[in-house]
Design a protein around this ligand. Structure first.
Ligand SMILES: Cc1cc2nc3c(=O)[nH]c(=O)nc-3n(C[C@H](O)[C@H](O)[C@H](O)COP(=O)(O)OP(=O)(O)OC[C@H]3O[C@@H](n4cnc5c(N)ncnc54)[C@H](O)[C@@H]3O)c2cc1C
Length: 311
């Protein structure tokens, strides 16, 4: 039998799951990836490998996911619809599954005009909902997007989607999530949460639709390193909701103590989102700061991570 996703097994066993983002390098070197793997190892159940996030070119998520498989840290391979059409995405999925990738996060993707190649042609042959349906058909129906059968073995994947509780209109966000569940999502990772009351309202909407009983929802959290970074996220990053009170707290902290304050805030948010019914885990994004992840995990009481028999 094909080994199952470790992340899926952790969640199925009722543990509060922990994932963290791992950004591929901008260079052709793997040393940084291997270094980050060593930092995250033992502190997370799986690591998300981003796909040209922010529409900025980086090493491909499939290449870095395969390194993680080699190194024994389970990847969540991310795939966007921005850079590849359905032929290329299906080809990558076959290859990734054959090499042991067991989790896939399906995204529409940040728009290309915000990235470092604004003249590039965005593909958007499909969006995240269509992508989720296509992947679910490949996995459960052993069938390509054109309806033709996939010769055995079909890919074997735990399928995820993203949710952004902070994008208006807010009342639509649980409904968008419901569409992704109907299309085949089995787990979700959310946009980074700084506005916990808004996230609580989102989760109430999710519970009204019963989605928390159908899928596992990992709440996105991220330590902020400085007051400047807090202001940047509030003003320049689309889809982020950074309350003024948080910016004031960071600004009121001496510069040298701001990284520690950012970690404290992140741990407080982990604690708050953990209490919300329907939250099954956290997804930590520590941008250019992987060393923050073990500290957040340990001080949140989420270490050691569960050992689960695979299969
Ligand atoms: C956990 C996580 C990981 C991510 N990783 C990547 C990555 O690796 N690469 C990458 O390019 N992007 C990444 N993103 C960004 C993500 O693709 C965009 O934020 C996207 O707009 C929302 O997620 P989605 O792709 O599933 O979009 P969908 O839910 O499919 O939404 C797509 C459409 O909804 C509307 N929409 C969604 N969010 C907003 C908003 N904030 N404001 C206005 N309209 C909106 C837009 O019309 C958009 O075209 C990630 C996001 C999350 C939460």
């Amino acid at each position: 039998m094909e080994p199952k996703s470790h992340l899926a097994s952790v969640l199925a066993a009722g543990h509060f799951a922990v994932t963290a983002e791992l950004s591929p390098p901008r260079s052709a070197a793997l040393a940084g990836v291997r270094h980050e793997v060593e930092i995250l190892r033992g502190h997370v159940d799986a690591a998300n490998v981003t796909d040209n996030q922010g529409a900025n070119v980086r090493m491909s998520s499939i290449a870095v996911s395969l390194v993680l498989v080699q190194e024994g840290l389970e990847p969540v391979m991310q795939v966007t619809c921005r850079d590849r059409n359905r032929l290329a995405i299906q080809a990558d999925i076959l290859g990734a599954s054959a090499w042991g990738v067991r989790n896939l996060l399906c995204l529409t993707g940040d728009h290309g005009k915000w990235g470092d190649h604004p003249a590039a042609l965005d593909v958007y042959d499909m969006d995240s909902v269509h992508l989720l349906r296509m992947v679910r058909e490949m996995v459960d129906g052993a069938c390509f997007d054109n309806g033709r059968s996939i010769p055995a073995p079909a890919p074997h994947l735990y399928i995820g989607g993203a949710a952004n509780p902070f994008a208006p209109p807010y009342e639509y966000r649980p409904k968008r999530m419901a569409k992704k569940v109907a299309a085949g999502a089995q787990f979700f990772q959310t946009q980074i949460i700084y506005n916990v009351p808004r996230f609580r309202e989102f989760m109430a909407g999710v519970r009204d639709l019963g989605l928390h009983q159908e899928v596992n929802i990992l709440a996105g959290v991220a330590p902020i390193r400085s007051a400047g970074a807090a202001r940047f996220m509030a003003e320049k990053v689309a889809g982020m909701d950074v309350p003024q009170s948080l910016i004031d707290r960071m600004s009121g902290t001496p510069k040298a103590a701001q990284p520690a304050e950012g970690i404290d805030i992140c741990i407080e948010i982990v604690d708050q989102v953990r209490q919300i019914e329907g939250v099954a885990g956290v997804h930590i994004t520590a941008i250019n700061w992987p060393e923050a992840v073990p500290e957040i995990v340990k001080r949140s009481g989420l270490w050691p991570r569960p050992e689960i028999q695979r299969n």
